[in-house]
Design a protein around this ligand. Sequence first.
Ligand code: ZN
Length: 132
Amino acid sequence: MSRPLPRPTAETQPFWDGCAAGVVRYQCCQSCGTVQRVPRALCATCQSDALAWRDAGGFGHVLSHTTVHRAPTPAFRGDVPYVIALVDMDEGFRLMVNVAGGTAAPLAIGSRVRIGFHEVEGVSLPHAEVAA
Ligand SMILES: [Zn+2]
């Protein structure tokens, strides 16, 4: 069974293009300066469509994390257990990503992490690495 992979939309395509280039990108409103936690067609604060994409520095802190012991689909059976983290990025947006090193990673709520990238079936996916 093949893995489910991201399906970029018009709102998320710049993010995935950034991943392919090894850069985390985020959406910011040019009218009011709001950093969108989730990419949208309009600003969540002022409803402006004057949105721009910026390159992030690639660092953040773990808001929460969980260990997956039961694969959600047969495609992930070989991966369990694995760790997923919600990361609040320094620029003010949020990512949900796998954690490099899985259960062996020294991860805790508040851990400083760096976003890295790995390729799955030709798609560059972001992951969190615990920063030293
Ligand atoms: Zn705005």
